[in-house]
Design a protein. Structure first.
Ligand code: GN1
Ligand code: MG
Length: 349
């Protein structure tokens, strides 16, 4: 059994009596270290923060504090499990260099892919419901927990910088990817167009399907999780991340290149789900931006994976050295399929 040296600190900070045998590694998140703590009566999620990614965990706490005080939780049809306060009333606990957080565990199922369009609808509806419920909060009170997190101009710049710094000869496969992401720079220009037009909303900004918890029968969303990146953003970010992780025939880690396609029925269901929950607040321009979102979020994710590969995998954990290269290739295949999908749609109208 691994030895968890932080345990006595946590027990002291939260007034718990957890033991090592109650702790197990949990989930598929890329960022923090996550554990499930199982007591006879209760379960909790314990996380050790990745401070490389979130340099200011305090910003997250501040944002969560505003949510706790101002969000009309009763309007949400699911749970939004904010962190538990420690005995000093803080939502994080700092011990030496490490930052910890405890959250309630929500019983249910975390899907890595959705089985059918109905689940796609539910997922999109849930994320739109969050932004709708937060629509009367003052977005400018919220901090950018990762500055320019989904700012495509910035991500593109990081990509070109990584490219400039890359030493040695580039293999053919890498050249092909670099060329693809460079040729599609028009998404960056389109990004500028949309951000000038659209209102800033409180968005989730990490709307991967595995950041939702479904009921055991998978018929309902019971919680939205991974609340770190809740901050000001645009609705097309959230819709777009759903497209990339739900309306695809293969997940982002797949290397079955010729199997990676848009799932049209799931795409339509996502659109229905997001717009039905967004009906009473989304502006016409926001509605028009959603289709761009799918392409943009696939593009930015591919760029981020490729940049990380060029920098020798300093951000996204990998199971093998080429994995970020493969993920960038995966997103390229999906983007090609999305472009084709919209081309056909346009031809048909
Ligand atoms: C990270 O932690 P996780 O797996 O939910 C990342 C997202 C990426 C995603 C790609 C803070 O999310 O932006 O889209 O990996 N989160 C952060 O799988 O960088
Ligand atoms: Mg996650």
């Amino acid at each position: 059994m691994p030895h968890y040296s932080f345990l006595s600190t946590i027990n002291q900070a939260y007034g718990k009596h957890w033991t090592e045998d109650q702790i197990q590694v949990f989930g598929n998140g890329h960022i923090h270290q996550t554990f499930l703590v199982t007591e006879p009566q209760e379960k909790h999620i314990l996380q050790i923060f990745n401070k490389g990614v979130f340099e200011n965990p305090e910003f997250i706490v501040d944002n969560h504090q505003i949510l706790r005080k101002q969000l009309p939780f009763e309007k949400l049809p699911y749970q939004l499990p904010l962190p538990v306060e420690n005995l000093n009333g803080r939502m994080i606990t700092t011990f030496g260099e490490q930052v910890f957080r405890v959250q309630p565990y929500i019983k249910g199922i975390c899907l890595e892919d959705v089985k059918n369009p109905k689940q796609a609808f539910l997922a999109a509806e849930a994320f739109a419901q969050f932004t709708r419920t937060a629509k009367n909060l003052d977005v400018s009170d919220f901090k950018a927990v990762i500055p320019r997190f989904l700012d495509l101009e910035w991500r593109y710049q990081q990509f070109t910088e990584a490219l400039d710094q890359k030493e040695g000869r580039l293999g053919e496969g890498l050249k092909e990817l670099i060329e693809f992401y460079t040729i599609h720079k028009s998404f960056v220009e389109e990004y500028r167009y949309w951000v000038e037009k659209l209102p800033i909303r409180l968005t989730h900004n990490d709307c991967k399907i595995n950041n939702l918890i479904f009921s055991e029968d998978q018929e309902k969303v019971v919680a939205v999780i991974d609340l770190d990146t809740i901050m000001p953003g645009y609705v097309f970010y959230d819709f777009g991340d759903l497209v990339r992780t739900v309306a695809c025939t293969e997940g982002e880690n797949s290397t079955q290149w010729d199997q990676i396609n848009v799932d049209k029925l799931k795409y339509e269901a996502l659109y229905e789900g997001y717009t039905s929950a967004g009906e009473d607040f989304l502006t016409k321009e926001e509605l028009n931006s959603l289709n761009y979102g799918g392409k943009m979020m696939t593009y930015i994710s591919g760029l981020r994976f490729l940049t990380d590969y060029l920098k020798d995998n300093v951000y996204f954990p990998v199971q093998y050295p080429e994995q970020n290269f493969d993920r960038a290739r995966n997103q390229m295949m999906l983007l090609k399929s999305l472009n084709e999908y919209f081309f056909q749609l346009k031809k048909a109208t």
